[in-house]
Design a protein around this ligand. Structure first.
Ligand SMILES: Cc1cc2nc3c(=O)[nH]c(=O)nc-3n(C[C@H](O)[C@H](O)[C@H](O)COP(=O)(O)OP(=O)(O)OC[C@H]3O[C@@H](n4cnc5c(N)ncnc54)[C@H](O)[C@@H]3O)c2cc1C
Length: 231
């Protein structure tokens, strides 16, 4: 079969494209290597989507999954490894199979940016995390820091503040670029301390597990967890 459209990535972008394509009468096939909903599955709470104020990311993702089912949109939980031109068609290679189509939409989101520090990769899962919703509970009643100054960083810091003893928010500038409402909530939280104009310079370890961070202003902070949201 030759599909009119193959969509790679079933985050909010891919699912939206799939809904429009299906309703326009196209034959559509979708792929995701992980879960429908993409990054939504890792977000604690979403406050900026009309009609769904306060919904949890996983609940929103489940609604997308339901919509896909309701519209009978064909979907495979497979990783697409290659897309090739094949004469007048495109060939999409997903794990062990090839699928033909006329058009492809690539909606695979983006990779999260790293700090670029020594040991950063080794310490993933040993103190470093990029998902407060997934890993926050490992740091219950402990001190952690969050790096970043946008909506994601502030949202995650607020989530962690309900679990952890203390949350340091380390931001490289002297003001946040996040929404005003989030900034207000952050500054009113007793167990959040904001450190402006600072960058994490070094990751400190004890027995191969994160034990703290050293900032470029030479200050050292003892923390068990470091959550990175810098884009
Ligand atoms: C901590 C955090 C909090 C956030 N909070 C909010 C918020 O409150 N409100 C808001 O509007 N936005 C929020 N965002 C941003 C929001 O999550 C993203 O804008 C949105 O998820 C982007 O959607 P997307 O479909 O482009 O990509 P993604 O959601 O990243 O989805 C991409 C999908 O592609 C799949 N994929 C990747 N490669 C392949 C491959 N080779 N084969 C098959 N599938 C593949 C992935 O598995 C994934 O499911 C937040 C982001 C973060 C990090």
């Amino acid at each position: 079969m030759v599909y009119d459209l193959i969509i790679v990535g079933m985050g909010p972008a891919g699912v939206t494209a799939a809904i429009y394509a299906k309703r326009a009468g196209l034959s559509v096939l979708c792929f995701d290597s992980s879960m429908i909903g993409g990054y939504l599955n890792y977000i604690d709470r979403i406050d900026n989507y009309p009609g769904l104020y306060g919904i949890s990311g996983p609940d929103f993702a489940f609604k997308l999954f339901d919509t896909m089912k309701e519209l009978n949109i064909e979907y495979y939980n497979k990783k697409v490894t290659k897309i090739e031109n094949d004469g007048e068609y495109k060939k999409v290679i997903a794990e062990d199979n090839e699928y033909k189509c006329k058009n492809v939409i690539i909606a695979i989101g983006r990779k999260m940016r790293k700090l670029g520090l020594d040991k950063e990769e080794e310490l993933l899962g040993k103190g470093i995390s990029r998902c407060a919703l997934c890993d926050g509970n490992f740091f219950k009643d402990k001190d952690v820091c969050v790096v970043g100054g946008g909506n994601s960083a502030l949202q995650e810091a607020l989530y962690l503040a309900n679990i952890c003893n203390k949350v340091y928010v380390i931001h490289r500038r002297d003001n946040f670029r996040a929404d005003k409402e989030l900034i207000n909530r952050l500054t009113n939280k007793d167990n959040i301390e904001i450190i402006y104009n600072a960058n994490v310079k070094e990751l400190l370890t004890n027995k191969d597990v994160l034990s703290g961070v050293r900032l470029d202003n030479k200050v050292e902070i003892d923390v068990s967890g470091l959550f990175i949201y810098i884009g």
